[in-house]
Design a protein around this ligand. Sequence first.
Ligand code: HEM
Length: 466
Amino acid sequence: MAGSTPADAGEGADEGGRGSGTVGTRPASAAPGPAGLPLLGNTLAFLRDPVGFYDELAAYESDVVAYNIAGDDGYMVRHPEAIQRVLVTDASDFRRAQITQDSLGQVADGGLFLNEGEQWQRERTALQPAFYRDRVETYAEMMVRYAEQRADAWRGRDAVTVSDEMRTLALEVLTKTLLDVDIRGRESEIGDAAERLTANFDAGTVSAFLPMWVPTPQNRRAKRALAAFDSTIEDLVAQRRAGEGDPEDLLSILLDVEFEDGTGLSEQDVRDNLFTFLVAGHETTALTLSYACMLLANHPDAQAKLHAELDAVLGDEAPTAANLFELGYLGHVVDEALRLYPPAYTVFREPTTDVTLGGYDIPAGSIVTLPQQVVHRDDRWFDDPDAFRPERWAEDRDRPEYAYFPFGGGPRHCIGMRFALMEAKLVLATLARCFAFEPGTEPPIDLSMQLTLQPSEPISVALTER
Ligand code: HEM
């Protein structure tokens, strides 16, 4: 791996350098990147401060930056055209990276997120109807009802820890819509499993690199939480098999699916998918909402615009799915929160064959890192990139499609994207109608790279009733 400095790379950038065309290719080993220690590569620097390490990679004036963590050669690729090739155009040359399989594979054998090839394709086709627009819109009323109940609970309070509140709310919404169960009061069995696992994969801790069977206190806690989760899932499945619940929701689809060869999903496949959807679907949306509240609280002008739009479009009524077409600024607030704080902060892929990206020949089996967190703040695509400016999304600005990809892209893009965006907008509209958010936690904040991009400290906002 190269050991150049960001400045060297800037001066020397030619093919593969920022903004230049590709003239011939070079071996991946020639890509600039931080020098590493013998055997350890950049592992220690990464463990010490993962977010700082990403920033260090981002400081290289190159669209491909090389690193080595835990013995694996990795390449951060951040030109949107190269990202589009990995995710969309040449998607068949890439698979989920082995590091994803190694970590998540310890808690799920399969499920839509981890599966590859034919099994992935048939599951994706079978589960897609649960996320069609018409189906997702039937969830709108319930999303608003749950948000209103939370607003009622907030009345009379001076401040709330939005990161906790949103996690609970998102979990309630997800379990009610996808599994038709009301878990209010018993969130912990599912919420704890998700939270413990997220913490277990904190990139800045050694536990992220230790197998789950190593009996660290953290691993033991995660295992207990998983056992509680599994027994809750068993109960849910038993109730549904006994004929209770919504016959069209995700759980019913999972239980009833019949593939062309007459087979269905095994109990293990059902459990792995429920686990996948609960983990992928609630922290991500909760974080989007928490970051959006924090940003609004600290940007009174933006919040005033949002309030004006909500008052004009909704008056005294609760929001509906149909209103979202008229609530353009609300949409821009959510887009901008996802730009600055993308909950899924990096997509990892592994080329199954040697590939050329950004002018470098990248060998099969290496790790290709597509960092939303870095690309979304690149000043080539976003003016004043660190500023929270929802208006930017209404401006006529030419930028490559994959300069912004909070939900990934191509065949494996987020299946829950429509669901998440609708929930984030309806919940934010409901809460912002009732309250003005005022500063509690103030950006910039320290972040922690877990399964999702978490705030290092809980996020709180002060409240005034409107
Ligand atoms: C703001 C909220 C969300 C964000 C930012 C987000 C982000 C992402 C991203 C970036 C991917 C692609 C990962 C990759 O290609 O490696 C993904 C995949 C996925 N997401 Fe989401 N997600 C969100 C909400 C949801 C929700 C609400 C659900 C389910 C209800 C969900 C379920 C999934 C699943 C199952 C996959 C794997 C899809 C596949 O491989 O076919 N996500 N998500």
